[in-house]
Every structure is written in structure tokens, then in C-alpha cells.
Design a protein around this ligand. Structure first.
Ligand code: BES
Ligand code: ZN
Ligand code: ZN
Length: 462
């Protein structure tokens, strides 16, 4: 008797539950009349699922009005919601291969499992759900995104420059071949702007520069050299130009550029891509003390350009400048920097869509194409050189702040001054934080643009 009960329970547990995607071009089991009846009140994003006769229907037809990029992007959130909608059990999506950008739905399913509850005494119970369509490749992508989120969600008392370096070295990117750590006097000499931004912090949060290298193991002579640089401000108080309370609320995420570069590196390394990869991280806390840099201070950068600090809160471009100069010295095929650099980029594009700038129009076209292919938004803003004079300083070569308008552009133009003309460069200005409550209940650190960049590298640099 007991055995019989166990047998039946096991059988129920292993029965695959069917998920059907309903949309005009998808081959699905509902006839047109049923479709009309069931889908009558369905609308994205709140109400798009239906369950009957132990089948789950996903009404993708409610996403019909969207552009291709919006559709693919939203598929990811449909995946998240689908995971949350499904009860315990083993599921299988029956007609997924017919869907353009279906990987996003599967990736979304994986992301639906994300929690950051290390510091919650009462943890939410995890339900046992599986989806047979998942592949290792998708799981690895989700894992890289979890890394980005975890790193951003850790607050600055637990994750300062040192802890961030240690977690990359010992946990997230252990397979990197070479690690370099620069601090103290050597940092002052080799990366003066990184030192100056971070020098106001307490001893345990001292500024550092970290570099990791990894080379694809395939026997090919000419591998493309790609350098990723991530802004790693583990907390941005604004410095002596102190932020307001509300302006500071989210500033543990100011290492979101570094976190995204770490996530992208993880994706690249785990896919065993055949490139020569360098990850460079200037890691600092922008804090307030008697040792903090002051507005009007003038510093000589690594490149020799004298920079006047007009605003200590525009610190990201300072630390990136020296690392960009250093990166150019090794003559790479491509430099990508990622940074939570300006509020202005958020004003222009909102929080979901990172902006990007590049000195090579061909790369811009390629990246836009990749973004469309993988449904990961990233939007080009112009490197509008007529605004460069806004960075003129009265007493030094340049200052770290432009005028009232076009703040994301003047920040990018500032960085551009440290890029050698003949080296391809992409600058990404991102939010690195999920605010949008209508798509997901998850609020916190977020990976942005890295699936597009992964695609660009995979497609154009191998
Ligand atoms: N980390 C901020 C930028 C930021 C703020 C990104 C909010 C995302 C959300 C950066 O260091 C900063 O403070 N930038 C200032 C620059 C200003 C002083 C010219 C900004 O954009 O307000
Ligand atoms: Zn700042
Ligand atoms: Zn900042």
C-alpha cells in the first residue's frame, strides 16, 4: 500500500506539464474560437497566462504591438513571470523553437529563480520546478547575471574595493591566468586619478587597481585583444560635493559597471571563446574626510593631461580616464568601458536602456544589430565633439564637468580624451539597477547590455 502511494506520488512528480505559447504564427493546440474566448481579457504585463486541463497557456499575442527589440526584451520578463506562475512540477514548453528570440523566455525562467536573501532571517521557500527546454548555455548566462546582481546588491559595508577584488579573484573568475593588484604608492604613481578619488576613504576601503587576464586556449595565433574596464565605486557619497540623502540611496550600485564587466567576463570565459581578454577594475570609495579631494584641485593624469576637479561627484570619469590610458598602451583591438556614470543618461533613456558611445561608426551599427538579435537594449548617443569646449578649464587643461545640458555626452567626451584615436572604443553608461515594478517584483542590481556585448564579441572578434 505504502509502496503504491510512493509510486503514484513519484509518477505525478515526473509527469511533464505542458506549456503552450499562443500567438498568431505559433502552431498551438487552441482553435481560433477558444483563443478568442480565453484571450479576451489577457493583457501584458499583468495577465498573460491561463491554466486549463493542466496545460499552461502563454498569450504572447498580447505583445503584438511591440517592436522587435521590445518584444524580445519583454519575453525575458514573460519568462520570469511564467516561472512565478507555475506551481511545483516538471514543465516543458511545447512549441518554443518556433519563437523568435525564444532563448530570452528560457533565460527569464532561470532569472525567475533569483533571490538575494542572505541577510533575511526568514527565507522564502523555494518551490521545486524544472523546465525541460533549458540548456547549459542558458543556465551559464543566468549564472553570470546572478553574479552581477549579487555583487551590486551587497552593500558597501560588506563590499569595499578589497572585498570586490577578493571575490573576483577567489570566487567568480578563478580561472583567470594572471592577476595584478596595484595600491598605495604605486597606485599614486601609475594611476594618479584613481588614487586621488579614493584617498579620502578609511584604511579598510583604500583605492586599488585590479587587472585580470585570460587567453582562449584554442591554438590560433592571432587572437583579438579585448579590454573590459568597469567603474568600481563601491559607494559614491559625492565626496565634498556631497549628494543629498535621496541622491545617495542607491549609491552602493556605483560599482555596477565593474559588476557588469565581471559578469560579461564570466560569460566569455565560460563559453571558451577564442580571444585575449583583460578585465581592468579601478576600485574606490568616493567618501568624505579631511583627505578627500576638493573642488578646484588640479591633478596630473597618467596620460599627462592636467585635470581640474570642478565637482567631486563626477568621480567616475576620473578613475576611468587613467585606466583607459593604460589600456590603450597595450594596443588592443577593442576597449569597452561600462559605468554608472551620469544621471543624465537616465534622464535621456530612462532606467531600462543603457546608452553607448563609440569612436567607430561601424561598431555602432554592429552593436545595434546584436542588441536587436538578443533582445538586450542598448542605445547609441552621439559623441558630439562640438560640446568638447564645455570641458575647458581656466587653470588646467580640462575640467571634469561640462555645462547644464548633454551631461552623458560631455562625460563621454571627457573619457574620449584619454582614448588613442586609432583604438576602437565603446563606452556604456548604465543604470545597473532594476526599478521597473510592472515587469517584475525584483528590485535590485541588474545586468544591462552584456548579452549584446557578448554577441558583438562572439560575432565580430573571433
Ligand atoms: N554615480 C553617479 C551617476 C549616477 C547617479 C548614475 C544616479 C546613476 C544614477 C556619478 O558619479 C555622479 O554622481 N554623476 C553626477 C555628475 C554631476 C555631478 C555632474 C550626475 O550625473 O548627477
Ligand atoms: Zn558621483
Ligand atoms: Zn559615481
Amino acid at each position: 500500500m505504502l509502496l503504491e502511494v510512493i509510486y503514484i506520488a513519484l509518477k505525478i512528480m515526473t509527469i511533464k506539464k505542458e506549456i503552450w505559447l499562443i500567438d498568431q504564427c505559433n502552431n498551438n493546440p487552441l482553435n481560433l474560437i477558444d483563443l478568442k474566448i480565453i484571450s479576451k481579457n489577457k493583457s501584458f504585463p499583468d495577465n498573460i497566462f491561463s491554466e486549463s486541463n493542466s496545460k499552461v497557456y502563454v498569450f504572447l499575442n498580447t505583445l503584438n504591438g511591440f517592436s522587435q527589440l521590445e518584444f524580445s526584451y519583454n519575453l525575458l520578463w514573460v519568462g520570469v513571470k511564467l516561472n512565478n506562475f507555475c506551481k511545483e512540477g516538471n514543465y516543458s514548453i511545447m512549441n518554443i523553437k518556433e519563437l523568435n528570440c525564444y532563448e530570452n523566455l528560457l533565460l527569464g525562467w532561470c532569472l525567475g529563480e533569483y533571490t538575494f536573501d542572505m541577510y533575511k532571517s526568514k527565507k522564502r521557500k523555494k518551490l521545486k520546478k524544472s523546465l525541460s527546454n533549458l540548456t547549459d548555455k542558458i543556465r551559464k548566462k543566468a549564472d553570470a547575471i546572478f553574479t552581477v546582481r549579487d555583487l551590486i546588491n551587497l552593500p558597501a559595508n560588506l563590499l569595499g574595493p578589497n572585498e570586490l577584488y577578493a571575490s573576483v579573484k577567489n570566487k567568480y573568475l578563478r580561472s583567470f591566468d594572471k592577476k595584478i593588484l596595484v595600491k598605495d604608492e604605486k597606485l599614486k604613481k601609475d594611476f594618479p586619478l584613481v588614487f586621488e578619488v579614493g584617498k579620502g576613504s578609511e584604511k579598510s576601503k583604500k583605492p586599488i587597481f585590479a587587472e585580470f587576464s585570460w587567453i582562449g586556449k584554442k591554438k590560433r595565433n592571432k587572437k583579438k585583444k579585448i579590454i573590459l574596464i568597469g567603474k568600481g565605486v563601491t559607494f559614491d557619497t559625492g565626496g565634498l560635493n556631497l549628494k543629498t540623502g535621496s541622491g545617495m540611496t542607491l549609491m552602493k550600485k556605483d560599482m555596477g559597471g565593474a559588476a557588469n564587466c565581471i559578469g560579461l567576463s564570466k560569460m566569455l570565459v565560460e563559453s571558451k571563446i577564442d580571444i585575449d581578454l583583460r578585465l581592468m577594475l579601478p576600485l574606490v570609495e568616493n567618501s568624505v574626510s579631511g583627505k578627500s579631494m576638493r573642488p578646484s584641485d588640479i591633478f596630473k593624469s597618467r596620460k599627462g593631461i592636467f585635470v581640474e576637479v570642478e565637482d567631486t561627484d563626477a568621480e567616475g570619469r576620473l578613475i576611468l580616464a587613467d585606466v583607459i590610458s593604460y589600456a590603450c598602451e597595450s594596443n588592443p583591438d577593442l576597449i569597452i568601458d561600462m559605468a554608472t556614470l551620469t544621471g543624465a543618461s537616465r534622464v535621456a533613456l530612462g532606467t531600462d536602456v543603457p546608452s553607448f558611445f563609440t569612436n567607430n561608426e561601424k561598431i555602432a551599427t554592429n552593436l545595434i544589430k546584436c542588441s536587436l538579435e538578443v533582445g538586450d537594449p542598448i542605445w547609441q548617443l552621439p559623441l558630439w565633439k562640438n560640446y568638447t569646449q564645455q570641458l575647458n578649464s581656466n587653470h588646467a587643461d580640462i575640467k571634469n564637468l561640462g555645462g547644464t545640458f548633454g551631461g552623458a555626452i560631455t562625460a563621454a567626451l571627457f573619457l574620449n580624451m584619454f582614448v588613442d584615436k586609432n583604438i576602437d572604443w565603446i563606452h556604456v553608461d548604465l543604470m545597473a539597477w532594476n526599478l521597473s515594478k510592472n515587469l517584475t517584483s525584483y528590485i535590485g542590481g541588474e545586468a544591462m547590455g552584456i548579452r549584446s556585448l557578448f554577441r558583438l564579441i562572439e560575432k565580430n572578434y573571433t
